[in-house]
Design a protein. Structure first.
Length: 394
């Protein structure tokens, strides 16, 4: 047989999927696992959003939509961006996509030539590096650290710059560590992008999930970089709509033009039912979002406190819905081994920090998108596991 694509052979399976597969294996053996590995809210999509999708289908909205998205959804997104983010774009600068993930893929597809480099502050979401590699691009990781709150500095960005740098990809609030850019970081990033003639991809999928009064800032609202920013967002996290597969990008017209060509040739569009539901999500009551964020807030307070009590020096969570905690230093085999043994021995599934780039080593990520009861069960098991293996100050 002739060989398959070497570019795809080089792609790693997503580590979160790998953990999910191991959880399924253990569950099939009858093991009781507390699953803290996914970023999939435990909430069901709010009823008024489901009903809007249902109504649209019954009304016969079952045909191919325009590749860019339905007029109603594009207008609802444009209105939302203006209302909540101070971003002024025409509906023609927006593409509704099957998931925020595909919006990021389209953005990279529109920007990258083989050999181009993308600067990526790390630890970062597991899919950025493989997506960049799939276009023959190179990731220039900029390490940030829990010891200084994952703050990104202009010096660190400058150190990653080369003549091949094409873009900077940022994600605030961040998956996995939750850091929300301060105004000073935001300004440093905007100045850096402008001074070095870069594109900026801003993944804002966790924008509504911030704590302690922190405010999310959108680069597409900033006059310095609005014309070089590709804003990516989606419905999965804010509205608990992971299974609907709906996201979007808003970008300058030349980027939208190229991205739309790929979307229309590769997947046609997002689905009509998801887009009808998306209109209801953006235009309907928002108290459902506040309720879910309040639940994540309670859970992060509880779980961060529980981990500290166990002796894991877990930093505060500023946004998104994950806890990214350092593992015990003396653990043989590091955080990979810690996560593996925590799952195999104690039945608690987390994602090892190395999956989020080299700067993530020495940590594990646990989701807060699960019930308080599950977090309590997890804390109990982690306490017993750590105490048995290394002794605990708790
Ligand atoms: C940082 C980040 N960006 C984008 C996505 C993509 O989400 P979706 O494709 O469900 O919209 C995720 C999902 O986990 C994420 O964590």
């Amino acid at each position: 047989m002739r060989p398959l694509s070497s570019r795809l052979e080089a792609l790693q399976e997503s580590s979160t999927m790998a953990v999910a597969n191991r959880v399924r294996e253990l569950a099939a053996q009858g093991r009781d696992i507390v699953g803290l590995q996914t970023g999939d809210p435990d909430f069901i999509t709010p009823a008024h959003i489901i009903e809007a999708g249902h109504r649209a289908l019954l009304a016969g909205d079952t045909h191919y939509p325009p590749a860019r998205g339905t007029k109603a959804l594009l207008e609802a997104i444009a209105a939302k961006l203006e209302r909540e983010n101070d971003v002024r774009v025409k509906p023609t600068q927006i593409i509704a996509t099957p998931g925020g993930k595909w919006a990021i893929y389209l953005a990279l597809a529109a920007l990258l030539e083989p050999g181009d480099e993308v600067i990526l502050p790390e630890p970062a979401w597991v899919s950025y590096r493989p997506m960049i590699a799939s276009f023959g691009g190179r990731t220039a990781g900029v390490p940030t650290s829990s010891s200084d709150g994952y703050v990104l500095t202009a010096d660190a960005l400058r150190a990653a710059l080369t003549p091949r740098t094409k873009a900077l990809l940022v994600n605030s609030p961040s998956n996995p560590h939750g850091h929300v850019f301060t105004r000073a970081e935001f300004d440093a990033i905007a100045e850096f992008v402008l001074a070095n003639d870069l594109w900026l991809i801003s993944d804002e999928i966790y924008e509504r999930i911030t704590f302690d009064g922190r405010q999310h800032l959108s680069f597409a609202a900033d006059a310095r970089v609005a014309d070089r920013t590709i804003l990516v967002n989606g419905f999965s996290k804010t509205y608990a709509m992971t299974g609907w597969r709906l996201g979007y990008l808003a970008a300058p017209p030349p980027v939208v033009d190229l991205a739309l060509r790929l979307q229309s040739q590769a997947v046609t569009s997002a689905s009509t039912v998801a887009m009808a539901a998306g209109v209801a999500a953006l235009s309907g009551p928002q108290d459902c979002v506040a309720e879910m964020v309040a639940a994540y807030d309670d859970r992060r307070r509880y779980f961060v406190g529980a981990l500290r009590d166990i002796g894991l020096p877990c930093p505060d969570v500023e946004g998104a819905f994950y806890v990214f905690t350092p593992t015990p230093r003396e653990w043989p085999g590091g955080s990979d081994a810690f996560a593996r043994e925590l799952l195999d021995v104690a039945g608690v599934a987390t994602v090892p920090g190395g999956a989020f780039g080299p700067a993530g080593e020495g940590h594990v990520r646990a989701t807060l998108a699960t019930s308080m009861a599950e977090l309590e069960r997890a804390a109990e098991r982690i306490r017993a596991f750590v105490r048995q293996r290394v002794g605990s100050p708790a």
